[in-house]
Design a protein around this ligand. Structure first.
Ligand SMILES: Cc1ncc(COP(=O)(O)O)c(C=O)c1O
Length: 379
């Protein structure tokens, strides 16, 4: 048996720049990782604590109240009133589902898994884990005559790293096309509550996109970002009940179960819109300060209309940008981590404390490119 060929873990390449940025007298401003930094809301922590007496095994399918809470949330927050609680299942964070979905759907050699051209790397990894072929393509035209081999189409809106939002028409086109070739569409929508400047973020389970049927469709969703509980691993998949039951059978055999206290915390988090609004407001304020800083640094910002990242370019190779900012104690992610077409962009994460965001202004480059950092010139 041969092990799947996985890409190198790219973050190792960023380590020297992290070290360099960490030498800044004011400390590093790390804008490279999308890990939430604000406290987990009290009501979610309380729900976890209240469920800590858990001697028995939890349900892989999720408790009926949790599955109902997910269906209610789709109706209330995502304009998707038709979600069947039978087509809902909690997952151990959404990254594991992204990585294992091709295998759980029974895909393998000869099958093609499509994902966005500039993308979260786990879509590609998931295809490779099961011997399928990943295909980075944003449009159906790029697929050509091999369309029949496409068995799974990943969408990611709002996107990581680009913050791009796909509108109803775009989503509908993809859903219609995938249905015409019998492919499953899996839509990773985990930044949906974080749309900016009034942008609408439709779901593929919205009837304007999919009509009155969820056949062949799955939404992958995570509360890691909107509720600051990435450490809980609280996420879910929802959509076509037939697909969800198929996935469930394998997950039951494999013991891929969300702990019951986390199922309870997830249920409570989804029932409370207030803490999400508060978290959103925190990110909105940071986003404005960071946007001003990026503009003053000469960056052009592309997309970034939703989510927790700026997709920014100074029209130079991304590693030049990374190196320049590291000299000033700021770490960003090179765009080529997300595919070759990202090679002239960097991803700048908003998951950073207010105190660190305030540091950015003090680290601007002077008009002649010289450094005006509080602790002296590092270049
Ligand atoms: C697009 C996308 N999908 C999935 C995930 C995974 O989220 P989690 O595993 O915390 O639910 C992330 C995390 O950054 C992401 O950006």
């Amino acid at each position: 048996m041969t092990a799947p060929v996985l890409p190198d873990f790219p973050w190792d390449k960023l380590v020297p720049y992290k070290t360099r940025a960490g030498q800044h007298p004011g400390g590093i401003v790390d804008l490279s990782v999308g890990t939430p930094v604000d406290p987990t809301p009290e009501l979610v922590r309380q729900a976890l604590a209240d469920a800590s007496d858990a001697p028995g095994y939890p349900q892989t399918y999720g408790t009926p109240p949790l599955r109902q809470a997910v269906a209610d949330w789709f109706a209330r927050r995502r304009n998707a009133p038709g979600v069947d609680p039978d087509g809902v299942m909690p997952t151990i964070g959404s990254k594991e589902l992204v990585a294992w979905l091709p295998l759980l759907l029974g895909l393998g050699a000869g099958d093609v898994v499509m994902h966005p051209q500039v993308a979260y790397p786990t879509y590609d990894v998931g295809a490779r884990l099961t011997g399928a072929t990943p295909l980075a393509a944003d449009g159906t035209l790029q697929v050509g005559p091999g369309a029949r081999a496409v068995k799974l189409v990943w969408l990611n809106s709002p996107g990581n790293p680009t913050g791009r939002v796909l509108g109803v028409e775009h989503l509908k086109k993809v859903v219609d096309w995938a249905r015409s070739i019998g492919a499953v569409v899996a839509s990773d929508e985990c930044y949906a509550e974080l749309g900016w400047d009034g942008v609408e973020v439709p779901s593929i389970l919205d009837p304007r996109v999919c009509g009155d049927s969820h056949e062949g469709l799955l939404v992958v969703y995570s509360t890691s970002k909107q509720s600051s509980l990435a450490g809980y691993r609280a996420a879910f998949v929802a959509g076509d009940p037939v697909l969800v039951r198929r996935i469930l059978e394998i997950r039951k055999h494999a013991g891929m179960i969300v702990p019951w206290p986390v199922q309870e915390a997830l249920r409570v988090a989804l029932g409370d819109d207030e803490h999400v609004a508060q978290q959103r407001e925190r990110y909105r304020r940071r986003r404005e300060l960071m946007r001003d800083w990026l503009t003053s640094e000469g960056f052009k910002i592309d997309h970034s209309e939703a989510g927790l990242y700026f997709w920014a370019t100074r029209d130079e190779p991304c590693w030049d940008t990374v190196a320049d900012l590291a000299e000033r104690g700021v770490l960003v992610t090179p765009g080529d981590f997300y595919g070759p077409t990202g090679a002239r962009h960097v991803r700048v994460a908003m998951t950073v404390s207010d105190e660190r965001v305030a540091q950015l202004a003090a680290r601007a480059a002077g008009p002649d490119g010289s450094v005006r950092s509080a602790g002296g010139n590092l270049r």
